[in-house]
Each structure stands twice: as C-alpha cells, then as structure tokens.
Design a protein around this ligand. Structure first.
Ligand SMILES: *Cc1c(COP(=O)(O)O)cnc(C)c1O
Ligand code: SF4
Length: 350
C-alpha cells in the first residue's frame, strides 16, 4: 500500500486538499494500481485519488446508503434482497478505495465480522432453505487472511441448500500478486464457486493481472466481471469495447455494466441513464455478443438490480424514470434535464 503522503510527494501535489477528503473518506491505494497510473487525471487516477467534490453534500438526490442495505440486513453484514440469494459483506478492506464506492460509508464505520456475526450469518443461511446462492463481498473478500476466508467459504459450502458461492473482488486487477497458486487451489476446492471481478478500464489490465486471471481460469473457477459506468473515465464505446474484448480473452465474461448508485458525494462520476443504453447499443453487433454485459440499475431504496429495458419502465417524466423490479415494486431514478427524450429514443418508447 502507498500512503497519501507518498502519493502526494510522488506527483508533487499539495497534501492538504487531499487530506481534507481523506479524513472523511480514507485514501487506499495498492502499489500495483499506483504503478499503473501514467499521468494526473488519467482514468485510473480519477478512480482512486480523493477529490474535493466528494465532500459536496448539496446534491439532493444522493443518499449515504443508496441501496437501503442496512434496512435489508436480517443479520449485520448480510443483505437479503432477493428470495434465493444473499450478499454477505465479509470484509471492510479493499486493495484500492474507489472514490465512487457505494459502501464508502463503511470505510470509517466498518462492522467487523466477529465470530458471533459469522455464526449468526451462517445460521440465518442454514435456516433459510430458499437461499441457493451466497455472494461474499465487501470490501473485498480476497483481502482477508486466506485461512479466515477459507473458513467462511467452507462453512457456507457445508449448507446443503446453498448451490452456488460467489466472490466479488477487485483484487485480480488491483493487487494481482494476491492471486497465488496456493490461494487458487484452495478456492477451487469449493466448486461451484464463481468469481466476479470489478474492473473499469482497459488500462487496469497488466501482465500480472493477466496471470492472475489465467491461474483462476486454469483452476476451473468461472470468471465474470462488473464494470461501473463512470463519467469521463469509461463512458465511451471504444474504451468499453476494448475492455470487454480484452476481458473475454482473459476468460472473464463481462456480466454487469452498472449505473452509478446515488451515493452521496459521487455525482461527478454519474452518467445519464441513457448513456449506458446508448453505449451498449453502439457495441451491439460490433463486437462478440459474448462481450456484452447487461446494463443494470440498482434501484434506490433497496429494490434490487433491474436490467435497463423498456419493459422495466413504469413511468417517465422530465425529472425521473420510475422502474419496477422483479416483484413489481417500483422506485424512481432521477433524470438530468432533457434526458427523458434521449432515454425514450434509446429504449424505443415513443
Ligand atoms: C447484486 C446483488 C446480488 C446478486 O445479484 P445477481 O443479479 O444475481 O448477480 C444479490 N444480493 C444483493 C443484495 C445484490 O446487491
Ligand atoms: S473495491 Fe468495491 S467495495 Fe472496495 S472501494 Fe472499490 S467499489 Fe468499494
């Protein structure tokens, strides 16, 4: 890890403005990711360097817990949003702190996973036979001590009705040295275990991360990706097309392209809803269909992820679009001025 002081000195930046943001939302940056940055404001820099706009709380649309996760947790750190799946926040540590993170509220208020909480979570899953799929997330599960991570995976694997285990991680691209043959061998023993990798820009792909993906894929661990659509960073058909094709060659199947959540202090990263639709439309038939992820919006209020399609739209006016989830519950996502027209066009609604 490199410290904020080292980072500021390296790039000859004044420390204090960075520090003001860091005190609220701490800076974390792996040496590997730092070395991939080639210039100030490049697409990697902008993902990880504190920006004073993060302290701007004037955006009326933003929330501290935009997905209502705290209210949907039957046990602390376990989010049960869909009938058959749970998201288990098992770590509060990451290889980098993405400045647009939906869970950045937890950076200074982590809820450490004590033995008691592990027990409660495992117990809840065991007593809920509808749960078939357990997604270990964070934070980043691959930043945990390997023995501890394995103990969690093993306990989930023992539950007969749990069919799938998934890990969500940014480590293969942000700190690939952690993906060792020994780790991979241990994880592969709990198949079917899927790994979903957070990656946003082709410049994140390095020889080391190619090797990490190769190790994982060779061990038979199916790999998927999720990419957050970020204003000025990857909201470009050329950039996304390159990223998705590169990922496929690494045997990582692009899974989700995510609309930014309405997290407080992240409005500068947000793209209009129509942008994601337009970008995928531009890529369709230009690159392999296997390279195209679903564009999804995680509905405000904790209603879950909805693929952005015409059939999800309940209502649209100049200020908002109301989308419905799998259970026909709906909530509104705000639209930028004049955006409704664009969105109607790309969705094929008249
Ligand atoms: C994203 C998410 C899942 C997994 O959803 P899939 O669409 O199956 O990938 C499960 N639970 C929660 C709370 C989530 O946010
Ligand atoms: S890796 Fe994921 S959890 Fe960690 S800071 Fe980035 S977005 Fe947030």
């Amino acid at each position: 890890m490199i410290s904020l002081e080292q980072f500021a000195a390296h790039w000859k930046m004044p420390l204090n403005p960075l520090k003001a943001v860091h005190q609220v939302y701490p800076f974390v940056l792996s040496r590997h990711f730092a070395n991939l940055i080639t210039a100030p404001e490049d697409p990697l820099w902008r993902q990880v360097v504190p920006d004073p706009r993060e302290l701007d709380n004037s955006d009326p649309l933003s929330l501290m817990d935009p997905l209502g996760e705290e209210s949907r947790s039957p046990v602390p750190n376990l989010v049960h949003r869909y009938p058959d799946r749970v998201l288990w926040i098992v770590s509060d540590v990451c290889a980098v702190h993405c400045r647009f993170c939906t869970r950045k509220r937890r950076w200074t208020h982590p809820v450490p996973l004590t033995d008691d909480l592990v027990h409660e979570a495992v117990d809840y899953i065991r007593k809920t036979p509808a749960i078939h799929d357990v997604l270990l997330s964070g934070g980043d599960p691959l930043m945990l001590p390997v023995d501890f991570l394995e103990s969690l995976v093993a306990r989930v694997r023992e539950i007969p009705h749990v069919r799938l285990i998934r890990l969500g991680t940014r480590v293969p691209f942000a700190d690939p040295a952690r993906i060792t043959p020994a780790l991979v061998r241990r994880l592969a023993a709990y198949a079917p275990l899927y790994i979903n990798i957070h990656v946003n820009h082709p410049s994140e792909i390095s020889p080391e991360s190619r090797e990490a993906c190769r190790l994982l894929a060779d061990a038979g661990i199916p790999l998927g990706s999720q990419t957050v659509l970020l204003n000025g960073i990857n909201d470009d058909a050329g950039v996304l097309g390159t990223l998705f094709m590169e990922l496929l060659t690494l045997r990582v199947r692009p899974y989700y392209l995510l609309q930014m959540d309405l997290m407080q202090g992240t409005a500068h990263f947000r793209t209009p809803l129509s942008a994601g639709m337009e970008l995928l439309a531009a890529l369709r038939h230009r690159i392999s269909g296997l390279a195209l992820p679903h564009f999804v919006v995680d509905l405000p209020g904790g209603l879950g992820k909805v693929p952005m399609t015409a059939s999800a739209v309940v209502h649209m006016d100049s200020k908002r679009v109301v989308l419905k989830n799998f259970a026909e519950r709906s909530s509104a996502y705000p639209l930028e001025p004049f955006e409704a027209e664009r969105l109607r066009r790309v969705l094929g609604l008249s």
